[in-house]
Design a protein around this ligand. Structure first.
Ligand code: RFL
Ligand code: PHB
Length: 389
């Protein structure tokens, strides 16, 4: 069987790409290794940039996001017993939207189903080849049957642990990586959020973040060591630790309750260049990872597939390869700026074991500067609400 585009991975990048292509008359097949239930229950990102929301609206995916999501016009940063707010609306004219990735994924799967876009789940043994020929192919196994799809183009949207990136020969692929010596322990609880807006806290005991999903559902994170496990953090221990790191006011009003999800994520920055090879194009976590501090991962997946869908549509509509040839450079220019911002914010807000008291003083000085400088706050706000796509 031959299809125009095979998309490997049905996460946000892959399923949004299939939707964008279909709306512009380019057909694709999505291959996903997990079950539908698994993909729809993963708890991940919470913050959508202004431009990502506009894009989702423009392509018919904004209805529930606008009804059930929350517009945030700023965030608070806490340090050294103080707390200040960065007003995105005043500094940039726009805000961000709190709408969980889980909900975005549900909307995307519903759209694919409504449009009869084939999404083959629970596939295994995915392999790909012919990337430098005019007839690339993707092989896989589904329900015990070996299958092979020939196509014009392959989109590698299979996340950090996927197979697509590894199909780019080692001599071509350049990987840049930074691992941080700590992780995030995250808890989702059916409790009212301690603050409507997000609070990012730098504390001598470690970073803490207060986020939310809605008025009855809170999402909290604390910086943790890499050798700990979620089992070592019964709810009472988590709440005590979180409280100890929150600024005055928030600590006293925090409402605690049983957690409904608890997990640990390591933090890393990673970029693989180039993002294309022959007829393979990578998008989202398959090509890059950012630490979650800047809330950029999902947003980068959305901007990558926006560029890629435009380039593929240009190819099919106008017969021009120019967009596809420029894709990697164009996507990477935006990716590296988000990598830079996420790295900067991670270093600013976390306890970095190796830098000691000097590092803490430098962080306090930078946060003090940020609290009083409109220029510095504007740079922060511009990056947080999202650079242009
Ligand atoms: P995904 O979501 O990993 O999806 C890839 C899909 O590919 C499938 N797959 C394969 N399919 C077929 N064959 C194979 N060989 C395959 N290998 C893998 C997988 O099952 C999966 O379904 O990547 P994608 O689509 O690029 O999306 C990226 C985002 O999921 C990710 O960047 C964000 O979740 C990151 N992130 C955040 N991003 C934000 O923009 N804002 C945030 O507030 C934010 N918070 C977060 C986050 C990530 C976190 N964790 C758990 C890493 C908070 C956390 C805690
Ligand atoms: C979340 O709500 O999960 C979230 C919010 C902001 C971040 C990271 C995660 O920077």
């Amino acid at each position: 069987m031959r299809v125009p585009v095979v998309i490997i991975g049905g996460g946000p990048a892959g399923s949004l790409l299939a939707h964008l292509l279909h709306r512009q008359g380019v057909e694709s097949v999505v291959l996903e290794q997990r079950s539908r239930e698994y993909v729809l229950s993963r708890i991940r990102a919470g913050v959508l940039e202004h431009g990502a929301c506009e894009l989702l609206r423009e392509h018919g995916l904004g209805e529930r996001m606008d009804r059930e999501g929350f517009e945030h016009h700023g965030v608070s940063l806490a340090f050294a017993g103080r707390r200040f707010r960065v007003d995105f609306e005043a500094l940039t004219g726009v805000g961000v939207r709190i709408y969980g990735q889980t909900e975005v994924q549900k909307d995307l799967y519903a759209a694919l189903e409504a449009d009869d876009i084939p999404l083959l789940d629970e596939v295994s043994d995915v392999s790909l080849g012919g990337l430098e020929s005019e007839r690339p192919w993707v092989g896989f196994n589904r329900a015990g049957q070996e299958q092979r799809l020939e196509c014009d183009y392959i989109a590698g949207c299979d996340g950090f642990h996927g197979v697509s990136r590894l199909a780019i020969p080692e001599g071509v692929r350049q990987e840049h990586e930074r691992e941080y010596p700590f992780g995030w322990l995250g808890v989702l609880s059916e409790t009212p959020p301690v603050s409507h807006e997000l609070i990012y806290a730098n504390h001598p005991r470690g970073f803490a973040l207060c986020s939310m999903r809605n008025e009855h559902l809170s999402r909290y994170y604390v910086q943790c060591t890499l050798d700990t496990t979620a089992e070592e953090w019964p709810d009472e221990r988590f709440w005590e630790e979180l409280k100890s790191r929150l600024p005055g006011g928030a600590a006293e009003t925090l409402v605690t309750g049983p957690s409904i999800e608890k997990s640990i994520a390591p933090l890393r920055s990673f970029v693989s260049e180039p993002m294309s090879f022959g007829r393979l194009f990578l998008a989202g976590d398959a090509a890059h990872i950012v630490p979650p501090t800047g809330a950029k991962g999902l947003n980068l997946a959305i901007s990558d597939v926006t560029y890629l869908s435009r380039a593929l549509v240009e190819r099919y509509r106008d017969g021009s390869d120019a967009g596809l040839e420029a894709y990697s450079d164009k996507a990477l220019a935006r990716v590296w700026k988000a990598v830079r911002f996420s790295w900067w914010m991670t270093n600013l807000m976390h306890r970095l074991p190796e830098t000691g008291a000097f590092g803490q003083r430098v962080q306090d000085a930078e946060l003090d500067y940020l609290s009083g400088s409109l220029a510095a706050q504007t740079a922060f706000a511009e990056n947080y609400v999202g650079l242009p796509v």
